[in-house]
Ligand binder design. Structure first.
Ligand code: DC
Length: 436
């Protein structure tokens, strides 16, 4: 889900966007920081921001990265240098506004921003987020405030950040008015409210009041539509598991559009169908060919997008099928322990999960299934009726590209193992608050 927050500087966009993202568990993107980062490179290379061709030439050398510190703070890097602090000066503000008028620069920035927005739940803050970058955003907000109020806020912020700089309120007000003029009169992507954006005047509101207002109107999540045949089996199976096993599901907020491997513990034949119907959208999984011959279970998994794996088929062919599904943007269920646990306890994860995630460059949604082992343990021909099954989904774990692919694969295996263990603990200690 994408929420866009646009508006002129000093309306409290950054504070509000950060607060909304934190409250909803979304990622926050400050797109002004990207223009500022390029402006930093322009000034570092001693290029005049007014010199369009030189600025445009520089963009091919602009390597922009966002890294999170150990405390979860975001740091901006340009060609390897941390510029987080340096991009907040007045000189950079002016230069960013000047270079933001060049079409080629905007084109590049829009590309980077859309790439960051792919398959994430995020709050994007900027000037053209709702109009140009994400015209289909789920919720669009446009913040306004009187110029004097904005200048006052900015003056306070700058005096706090740079106590040694001589600064006057009048200069800040003048700079805000000049930037408003440049940002709203440029011919390409001017600062403008999207037709379907909600306007909030923040002049007389605190940041917290604005955050609460936005969080209250956050639209309901829209999941992709299920095909009719899937929907039938899905709802019938849900009814069955609700009636006989009091199925309860937590953590649906961790689902997001696009490809993902939903990775869960495995103790029972019930796991694949129970996990499928606990997901809010269509998912796929691979199952042994012989399972399709079982009387009721066979029909059930067939209707739930199970793909048969024939006896004797190589692992390489199975992986190829799974990667193809993920590359089509589908969600794939996987039980990375590799086999059903005989005792119900978690087993170490196999490497296949990391290999898949690496090849498809998608995320992992960890899940823990509780109660399926008691309902249908290994060695029993038929399940026991009237048990209790609970499924909990955790925060998505991102695949990260790094120079050492083996280390990155080991990292995602460890993080998934830990996440499943944490979900188990969360359930066992009373399922309070949101799942981790
Ligand atoms: O939000 P900010 O003050 O950090 O933005 C710095 C400059 O970047 C601003 O003057 C205009 C430009 N900008 C833009 O043109 N489009 C965006 N999406 C974000 C910022």
């Amino acid at each position: 889900m994408i929420i866009t927050i646009d508006g002129p500087s000093g309306t409290g966009k950054s504070t509000v966007a950060k607060g909304v993202a934190k409250k909803l568990g979304f990622t926050f993107f400050d797109t002004g920081a990207m223009y500022r980062s390029l402006a930093w490179l322009v000034l570092k290379e001693k290029i005049d921001p007014q010199n369009q061709s030189q600025v445009e030439e520089l963009v091919s050398r602009f390597q922009f990265e966002i890294r999170s510190s150990a405390h979860g703070e975001r740091h901006y890097f340009v060609c390897g240098t941390d510029v987080t602090h340096d991009i907040r000066t007045q000189a950079i503000s002016m230069a960013a506004s000047q270079i933001a008028i060049y079409p080629l620069i905007r084109e590049e920035m829009v590309k980077i921003q859309r790439r960051f927005g792919h398959s994430v739940d995020a709050v994007f803050e900027g000037r053209d987020m709702g109009t140009v970058v994400f015209p289909d955003a789920d919720l669009k907000i446009f913040l306004t405030a009187k110029a004097e109020v904005r200048a006052q806020r900015r003056y306070r912020e700058l005096s706090h950040k740079f106590p040694d700089h001589a600064l006057s309120f009048e200069a800040v007000l003048k700079e805000i008015q000049e930037r408003d003029e440049t940002d709203s009169t440029r011919s390409i992507s001017p600062l403008k409210k999207a037709a379907n954006a909600l306007v909030i005047d923040t002049s007389d509101l605190t940041a917290q009041q604005v955050i609460d207002k936005i969080v209250r109107i956050k639209p309901k999540r829209r999941y992709p539509k299920m095909k009719l045949s899937y929907k039938w089996v899905y709802w019938l199976a849900r009814l069955f598991f609700k009636c006989f096993f009091r199925l309860k599901v937590y953590g649906l907020e961790h689902f997001r559009p696009g490809a993902a491997v939903v990775a869960a513990n495995h103790t029972s034949f019930f796991d694949p169908p129970v996990l499928s119907i606990s997901c809010p959208e269509e998912v796929h999984f691979l199952a042994r060919g012989s399972l399709f011959e079982a009387p009721l279970l066979g029909r059930l998994i067939q209707g739930l997008n199970a793909h048969p794996v024939s006896r004797g088929v190589s692992d390489a062919a199975i992986f190829r099928d799974m990667i193809a599904l993920l590359q089509q943007g589908k969600k794939l269920l996987l039980f990375p322990e590799g086999k059903r646990s005989a005792t119900g306890e978690l087993l170490p994860l196999e490497r296949g999960l990391a290999f898949l995630v690496h090849k498809a460059e998608c995320c992992v949604i960890p899940a823990y299934i509780q109660g399926a082992y008691q309902a249908w343990p290994r060695g029993r021909k038929f399940p026991k009726l009237f048990g209790k099954i609970t499924v909990v989904f955790g925060s998505a774990i991102e695949w990260e590209n790094g120079p050492d692919k083996k280390a990155m694969q080991a990292r995602i295996t460890d993080l998934t193992q830990e996440a499943i263990r944490n979900l188990k603990e969360w359930l066992e200690s009373g399922a309070r608050g949101s799942p981790p």
